[in-house]
Design a protein around this ligand. Structure first.
Ligand SMILES: [Zn+2]
Length: 381
């Protein structure tokens, strides 16, 4: 199998090698306050007659670090199904990844890439989950991890970073500022960047859940709800289904739903209005709180191509959905994931009862106890 990076805007191709992030041509259009231009995607060519062995990935299996990432369960929540009248509702539980979040899928691939090319350090900005994830995977792989994290990130995610032995650089500002500071660090030092969307492997690594879902269901579901901030998990999930279609492992694409908080809904708004406008983020769902969706342009094009939809909910709806999900299924997910469930509840009237729905739950509820306490009216000591 032959792998390359390809720019979906201009079709230029590049080798997958250290130092390559954006398209040389389209990346020149980047400026502050807009989604990244020139985000590359991984593309593969199969030799004729070659049979796919497992999930096609751009790094060979022997370079992946020794920890169990992915292969997460697909729940069939019978009490929820009954209460909602939704017999084909499934929950993809990525809270049980090693660091408690979906981001491990991307960190795993980036760490394998670093191993293959003999790179010893990875730097990144994060709202919290990508940082704790990269720190976790880096610990298993023996890599130095430097993270740029807003000081406002939930305590559990900061503590995870420190427990895993990564270097924590707190940024007195937003995720967007952390993003810029980490890029400046990588530019000055040559350290591999795992910034989400900027490094195309962060999208590619997130496709693996789609393969698991199709394997478990025997077909693609009719609908997939994905918590969406930067748009990278959504782009990864879509890429997975594109690969599955190409490999003949499914015959259809699901309807993709970009599930967003009202206070951080740039992608849903752009889907409705045609373009991105700058608006400061304001939501308690920290994992999907971004001023500028870095992968916005890339994922918007994909959503348009496949008839994807955007749906938004308030913070109150997120907290109510979080408690409902926990108490009716036994799955305690953080606010970003509860957002995907809340968006599903909102979109239910549009979905025929017999159609299958997968809600992606991407982070553990234990990662943000402050807001979870709010949801149940409890005081933290
Ligand atoms: Zn380009």
């Amino acid at each position: 199998m032959r792998w390359l990076y390809r720019c979906p805007s201009c079709d230029r191709v590049y080798a997958i090698e250290p130092g390559r992030y954006l398209c040389d041509e389209c990346g020149t259009r980047n400026k502050p306050g807009i989604p990244l231009e020139g985000v590359l995607e991984c593309v593969w060519e199969k030799e004729s007659g070659e049979l796919p062995a497992g999930i096609p990935l751009p790094v060979e299996a022997e370079y992946f670090p020794p920890l169990p990432v992915g292969e997460t369960p697909l729940w069939q929540p019978s009490r929820l199904r009954e209460a909602l009248g939704a017999p084909n509702l499934y929950l993809k539980d990525d809270t049980c990844n090693p660091s408690g979040s979906y981001k491990d899928r991307a960190s795993w691939l980036v760490a394998a890439f670093a191993h293959k090319f003999g790179l010893k350090e990875i730097a990144l900005a994060s709202t919290g989950n990508a940082a704790s994830s990269m720190a976790c995977v880096g610990a298993a792989a023996g890599l130095k991890i430097t993270v740029f994290l807003p000081a406002s990130a939930p305590a559990a995610k900061r503590i995870q970073v420190l427990q895993y032995g990564a270097e924590l650089r707190e940024v007195q500002g937003t995720y967007d500022q952390a993003f810029d500071e980490s890029l400046a660090y990588s530019a000055a030092t040559g350290v591999l960047s795992r910034n989400t969307a900027y490094n195309p492997l962060t999208i590619e690594g997130k496709k693996t859940a789609s393969f698991e879902i199709v394997r478990d269901l025997g077909t693609a579901p009719d609908h997939v709800f994905v918590p969406t901030g930067d748009g990278v998990i959504l782009a990864g999930v879509i890429k997975g289904f594109e690969d599955l279609l190409r490999l003949g492992l499914t015959a259809k694409m699901p309807t993709f739903w970009a599930a967003q908080a009202e206070g951080s809904s740039a992608i849903a708004r752009a889907l409705a209005t045609g373009g991105f406008e700058e608006r400061p983020s304001d939501t308690l769902a920290d994992s999907i709180s971004v001023d500028v969706p870095r992968n916005g342009s890339f994922v918007l094009a994909k959503l348009r191509k496949y008839g994807g939809k955007g749906v938004t909910v308030s913070d109150e709806e997120i907290l109510a959905a979080q408690r409902r999900l926990s108490s009716m299924s036994g799955l305690f997910a953080e606010p970003s994931s509860a957002c995907a469930f809340a968006c599903y509840l909102k979109a239910m009237p549009l979905i025929p009862r017999d159609e299958s729905v997968v809600v992606m739950l991407t982070g553990s509820g234990l990662k943000d106890i402050k807001n979870a306490a709010k949801a149940v009216g409890a005081q933290l000591s």
